[in-house]
Design a protein around this ligand. Sequence first.
Ligand code: AMP
Length: 308
Amino acid sequence: MGKLVIVGTVAFDAIETPFGKTDKILGGAATFIGLAASQFQVDSAIVSVVGEDFPQEYLDLLSNRNIDISALEVVKGGKTFFWKGKYHNDLNSRDTLATELNVLADFNPVVPSAYKNAEVVMLGNLHPNIQMSVIDQMEKRPKLIVLDTMNFWMDNTLEELMEVIKRIDVLTINDEEARQLTGEYSLVKAAQKIFKMGPKYVVIKKGEHGALLFHEEQVFFAPALPLEDVFDPTGAGDTFAGGFSGYLAASDNISFDNLKKAVIHGSNLASFSVEKFGTERMLNLDRDDINSRLHQFKALTQFEIELQ
Ligand code: AMP
């Protein structure tokens, strides 16, 4: 069984979509990553921070899924990171209405000693200085360091973010953010520019239009499953990242062919995440659900053709 270190926000989210509205519910990049990764045979630990307002019930929900939360600090008297977002009618774009860092503003991450030799590190969305500190604490270079980020950190901490990007293997990013980071409209050119920043692999997520994996001259495309019900896309990117990194940590194989499979596992899990608000669907997911969708993925993309 491989080991996976996960860093990212553990948060309260308030979400508005064309189908409804929620008050503060469980969210955060590390939460979605952890829940997705827990679907694989992997020992994972979340390095993050919450405030005293964070319910014990939510902490239990993570530890019940075998996620080590000993490095999930609870700050006495502190308030948990809060994010509020509103989706447009097409659900492909959203406006951030509030980002309150709260306890995240002065967080010093500590990687548990049993995880300092983890094979895979998943640097989820949060301040790049925290992502950097996690890399620095690893005893030996992990086999794979994956980073996910978003426009908020590009807007506010670009220099620090670029330093972290230099040290990673895989960048997962959505199409608009890839364009913002590189100034290129073409995603092929954007990926090439990102290679020059450090990573050997780039995954560009395109929401309901699937994901592209770039490596040197090679490109692999995974569609998103056409779904009957899309309720709330929040956390889809993180769920993708959790499935991607969880699968790779469990299989301990970082060949390009296996990264392709990781993209499929990530896309598969993300397809569930969007069916209900917040983490609800990820908390009620079983092996049969997952396997039957993997079959659908295969059927959707497989075809025979006679080549002359
Ligand atoms: P995604 O939909 O995959 O981009 O992720 C949404 C999740 O990211 C929500 O659960 C938020 O709590 C969290 N989030 C939103 N903004 C930030 C931010 N600036 N840094 C870290 N996490 C964030």
